[in-house]
Design a protein around this ligand. Structure first.
Ligand code: KG4
Length: 351
């Protein structure tokens, strides 16, 4: 049987991404245009601004993905695109682009909910059912994946997601945000004492698997205010060594509790899920925060204790990217879940 070649397009949040993947698991190309700089200047994801940024680069990103794969549109078997979860303004940019290409080149189109995330590419023996944890800047989700397309949501963020808490904490601590708030905070936390500042763990009284980081953010802000240092407006690069240590202590203490909250939710989810699905063997962790080494090692411990294995896609594939979209598209396509090519006159109308 001939291999399928699928173009994946992803614009659900702040990265514009496209990739071409073959059904034997080969990644032919992988292009990501990050809005991180723009967002660092602005201090968060503003949907309208993100939408405009996607619109500016989407053609170029898709073009590059196709060229780097040494293909033309005519070689594609289908176009896959993220249809959720994400910011609807942003999702629309990707969907319009996908429909345009599909229309012009007569290709079927697959809309993917990207909870499925990369699985077979990294872990060939991963089997349903499994647990999946998404930890990104916009979402926290715990999912029991029974089979392709059949997911039970065990928990979700009721306010801010963990990545958002990392980003804000990094900003308030005056860290250099150019390489991303999360990585900067992870690095500083290594210098600090994780037990020095007493933050309380979120949602302990709620015996469910939901996530909340708004309260922890407030605790961090108060802790920073109580130091009487304007950390946000005084970059850490020019801080005294005592000031730097204080910031590192807050960073480490924040990280310990932020991740403890993840650990507790995952442990509850594992116990609960194993009761109904004893054959579960894996917890798959994805999203930008999954590239954090402390997060991985703590989750590894929890998973191990419960006889499961942790599966993390490689860090460069943990953030928004077209590869997982293309791959999910291939799987759906093989199950016959796709839409026929959109009519060409429609695609010509696109601005
Ligand atoms: O999955 P992602 O790219 O999706 C969103 O756009 O939401 O995740 C981005 C988030 C950001 O909040 C970023 O700060 C966080 O993932 N992140 C990290 C690390 N690397 C990225 N958070 C903690 N530690 C990291 N090493």
């Amino acid at each position: 049987e001939e291999d399928l070649v699928v173009l994946g397009i992803e614009t659900s949040c702040d990265d514009t991404a496209a990739a071409v993947v073959r059904s034997d698991g080969e990644i032919l190309s992988h292009v990501v245009y990050s809005q991180a700089d723009l967002l660092a200047r602005y201090g968060g994801v503003a949907p309208k601004m993100a939408e405009e940024a996607h619109s500016r680069v989407i053609d170029e990103v898709v073009q590059q993905a196709i060229e780097k794969a040494n293909l033309t549109e005519k070689d594609l078997s289908a176009v896959a695109v993220t249809i959720g979860p994400g910011l609807s303004l942003c999702l629309r940019v990707g969907v319009q682009k996908a429909r345009k290409i599909a229309g012009l080149f007569n290709l079927p189109i697959v809309g993917s909910i990207i909870w499925r995330l990369m699985l077979w590419l990294t872990e060939k023996d991963l089997k349903f059912p499994f647990l999946a944890l998404l930890i990104s800047g916009g979402h926290n989700l715990l999912i029991l994946a029974n089979e392709l397309g059949h997911y039970v949501q065990l928990g979700t963020s009721i306010d801010d997601a963990i990545g958002e808490a990392y980003d804000k904490t990094a900003r308030w601590l005056g860290l250099d945000l150019r390489k991303g708030g999360g990585p900067a905070l992870e690095e500083l936390a290594r210098e600090g004492d994780p037990n020095s500042v007493k933050f309380s763990t979120p949602m302990r009284q709620h015996k469910d698997c939901n996530f909340s980081y708004a309260g922890l953010k407030t605790q961090v802000r108060l802790a920073i205010e109580s130091t009487k240092t304007d950390m946000e407006n005084n970059p850490i690069s020019s801080a005294s060594s005592e000031d730097r240590r204080k910031r590192a202590d807050i960073a480490a203490s924040f990280q310990r509790v932020a991740v403890l909250h993840l650990e507790e939710r995952c442990e509850r989810a594992i116990e609960w899920a194993l009761k109904i699905e004893p054959s579960i063997k894996h917890l798959v962790v994805s999203g930008g925060v999954a590239s954090n080494r402390y997060v991985r090692s703590r989750l590894d411990h929890i998973v191990d204790k419960n006889g499961l294995r942790l599966v993390c896609p490689p860090p460069n594939l943990c953030t928004d990217n077209g590869v997982m979209v293309a791959w999910t598209g291939i799987e759906h396509f093989c199950l016959g879940r796709f839409d026929p090519p959109p009519p060409v006159h429609e695609s010509e109308d696109f601005v």
